[in-house]
Design a binder for this molecule. Sequence first.
Ligand code: F6R
Length: 365
Amino acid sequence: EKEGYEHFMIKEIHEQPKGISETLMRRLDKEDNIVLDGIKLTNEDLENINKIYIVACGTAYHAGLVGRFAIEKFAKIPVEVDVASEFRYRDPFIDEKTLFIAVSQSGETLDTLAALREAKRKGARILSIVNVVGSSVARESHDVFYTWAGPEIAVASTKAYTTQLTAFYMLALHMATIKGNMDREQYLQILKELKTMPEKAQSLLKDFAEIQHQAAGHFNNESVFFMGRGVDVHVAHEASLKLKEISYINSFAIAAGELKHGTIALIEKGTLVVALATQDRLYDKMLSNIQEVRARGAYVVAVAKEGNKEIEKTADVVLYIPDTMDELSPILSIIPLQLFAYYVAVARGTDVDKPKNLAKSVTVE
Ligand code: F6R
């Protein structure tokens, strides 16, 4: 069922334009209103909510971080995000005015399920973003937003993540309009851009020669670190997780502004740094961070928006993504980095679809 692909992971990376499109288009009516499968989120419901908790594990947690950014920015509701295994044990402040959003591809992750039960017991409204229809998380939620990624077989999550991002953008836009925090014009403008994501994601899948080349040149690295600012930090964390779980290279991610507060001590000649610089507002700041690490000998692979050519002077290599709104860039910027992780793992000869010590769904603590 790999349909000619060498691994499920690369097949699923290629299925992202379709997954994003299904997740989005199935919920738009003819007037471009978002219709959320009967999810009950009226103005009155939102008036009664003073806080949102997003809780998940691993990649789904990384999607939640982008979700917080979108909901706070568009809908202007305060959001906290936590990993389920921490949330459960820290006596979070939850009551009937809390909206709890669980994010899970499988819908069977034990910590996420336990956190959901705890929140429900304390009276929170439970909304889940789930891929597997009828899974435990879905069954125990008040409302479910299904991602239409289709079955995800590879242990490393790819298409579930980009469809979770799509789900969050839609929820954020929906909440923003209900609350009256966004006028129709702005809503339509963002939605129009969201609708271009499948096509833009597709264009990123056509040309991966440079990524393969970089992967071939760096597959023997002992460590890699990722950095970014704004919403790019969250993508940096997801890209780093992808690389480490399938290639077994020691990788981590930081907010680029934190460089000087410690991590810069690690930079030596040849250290590989992947720098995300897709945010217009933070672009100059990222250029200085790239200069700081390069001055100490780092080799920098940057991810930037098409058209931002100055970065070529600062980074060693630039992987471009199509131009888009800053807020929506995570759907695109993760794709070259999923491909990078994949080709590094292939070059290292690891079991890409079933990395050692990992299970597709973690049903134990
Ligand atoms: C990483 C990965 C894991 C899962 C995590 C949560 O590529 O797949 O980090 O994201 O185990 O799983 P779900 O989403 O099924 O709850």
